[in-house]
Design a protein around this ligand. Structure first.
Ligand code: NAD
Length: 464
């Protein structure tokens, strides 16, 4: 592990600061070369090490690593490469008549020295994804991944060392204290992915230097299922979106709102589907990862205990094994509103099911909580879909599917207020790491005469 003291963080920061114009002035081709190098190591050279590290961190199945860690980074790089030339070019805009004789444009200039703090749940994707945008925009970057997934952090540190000088990109391993020290430095941008509570700490630290921030946060993502939805395919998509990565996904369905009339049928379909994915004994399934550590395991077991105290109905699952940080895929209904599962973001393999009678009830319920990162609607009824979208707020919405909206690079990804500030992916990520610099150029020797004193009656008439 790199032994950086506060002073060496500062030295590293200064060396990146000194290097920022060189990196910022790189051409499209030079940036593409770096992105290609990153693509090659993730996709080929380090692929097996990445798979093994994530398995060692929380038993993440290799196929899931390919799909949710390696593929998103590689496809983000491909998308950026095919658009970067356009994004880097001068964006010409019209100039009003009053400013006749001049032309105007803006361009995306790099912000400078950037900090990326990432979470443990998709550690590679959520560290290298923002890195792709930062490199594309011409920045230098310090990366600080989570302390909770040390195996993959070590591999990412090797990767970064292999392909970058540390005055361009550096990755610092270590505990929370490393992030706390880094947050004291006057970065030009901070891109943080994590919980709303730590997001507030990051934003406060950023305010000290008026550093701009992107905050990719979390929260409770509601999933509505009405009587017109295809129950079988809805159950399949929700079972996948909820239990992939063991439910440790910021955009997984956090709780279901199911039309009362179809609740029993739907829950049956969902149970069948979960068994089809992970068998009756999920602990033996090679497709089911684990809770990341004891702390999160205990947090989730406390939710189960709280549900039991409230005499909630365990429709499926509920058992756990502490030695393996394993919790069964669990479906729970009949929870009172004050149950912890309906209050906190769950981030684990437990899915509460609530019922509703009217769309108005659903809308009021969602609006009584913080704006979610994602809101899902399973319905064939256009009016229902439109009414819910128009009368609620959310970072993103997916209709008749879940989680997959994340993978469309043409869509901005991020939350709103408590679920996030700013957007990532594709052009939106590039934009986040850039300053839109406006330039106006006066072409003639003349100038806009009516601006200058003395303010005569004639000038007043022009202004009028
Ligand atoms: P977290 O907020 O606990 O930690 C995130 C990062 O912040 C880690 O690198 C951690 O080391 C660092 N950190 C923790 N405490 C800190 C402090 N006091 N000062 C400075 N840095 C600190 O989040 P997590 O447990 O790693 O991830 C889960 C959360 O992240 C969930 O809320 C989830 O919804 C959210 N998330 C959001 C997205 C998104 O794209 N919006 C993606 C993944 C996860």
């Amino acid at each position: 592990m790199t032994d950086y003291t506060t002073n060496t963080y500062y030295n590293l920061f200064i060396r990146q600061k000194d290097n920022q114009y060189k990196i910022g002035n790189t051409t499209y081709k030079e940036r593409v070369k770096k992105l290609n190098a990153l693509k090659r190591v993730v996709e080929i050279t380090y692929k097996e090490k990445i798979r093994q590290a994530l398995y060692d961190d929380f038993k993440k199945p290799f196929t899931e690593t390919d799909l949710t860690e390696i593929y998103p980074v590689v496809s983000e790089i491909k998308f950026v490469k095919s658009n970067l030339k356009d994004w880097m070019s001068r964006q010409k805009v019209e100039t009003p008549m009053a400013l006749l004789g001049s032309s105007s444009w803006y361009n995306f200039e790099p912000k400078g020295v950037c900090l990326v703090i990432s979470p443990w749940n998709f550690p590679l994707n959520l560290t290298f994804g923002p890195l792709v945008s930062a490199i594309a925009a011409g920045n230098t970057v310090i990366l600080k991944p989570s302390e909770m997934t040390p195996h993959i952090s070590k591999v990412m540190a090797e990767i970064v060392k292999d392909i970058f000088e540390d005055n361009e990109v550096a990755l610092l391993e270590g505990e929370v204290e490393v992030s706390q020290e880094l947050l004291k430095l006057p970065f030009n941008h901070i891109f943080f992915t994590g919980s709303p509570n730590v997001g507030k700490i990051v934003m406060k630290a950023a305010a000290e230097h008026l550093t701009s921030v992107t905050l990719e946060l979390g929260g409770k993502s509601p999933t509505i299922i009405d009587e017109t939805a295809n129950l079988k395919s809805t159950a399949k998509k929700i079972a996948w979106g909820k239990f992939i990565n063991n439910g440790q996904i910021c955009v997984s369905p956090d709780y279901l709102l199911v039309k009362e009339s179809i609740k029993d049928n739907f829950v049956n379909e969902l149970k069948q589907q979960v068994k089809a994915f992970y068998t009756e004994e999920a602990s033996k399934s090679e497709s089911f990862s684990r809770i990341v550590n004891n702390r999160h395991f205990d947090r989730l077991v406390n939710h189960l205990e709280d549900a039991k105290k409230h005499n909630a109905t365990f429709e499926m699952g509920g058992k756990s094994k502490s030695e393996d940080n394993f919790i069964e895929p669990t479906l729970i209904s009949n929870l009172p509103e004050n149950a912890s599962l309906l209050q906190d973001e769950i981030f684990g393999p437990i899915l509460p099911i609530k019922t509703y009678k009217t769309n108005e009830e659903v809308i009021n319920y969602i609006n009584s909580k913080e704006k979610p990162l994602a809101l899902y609607i399973y319905s064939k009824h256009k009016k229902t879909i439109n009414d819910i979208i128009k009368n609620t707020r959310a970072g993103s919405t997916c209709i008749n599917n879940n989680v997959v909206q994340y993978s469309n690079h043409n869509l901005p990804f991020g939350g709103s207020n408590n679920s996030g500030i700013g957007k990532s992916h594709g052009f939106f990520g590039f934009q986040e790491f850039s300053n839109k610099r406006s330039v106006m150029k006066q072409h003639t020797k003349g100038s806009i005469e009516f601006l200058f004193p003395p303010y005569t009656n004639l000038k007043q008439k022009i202004v009028d």
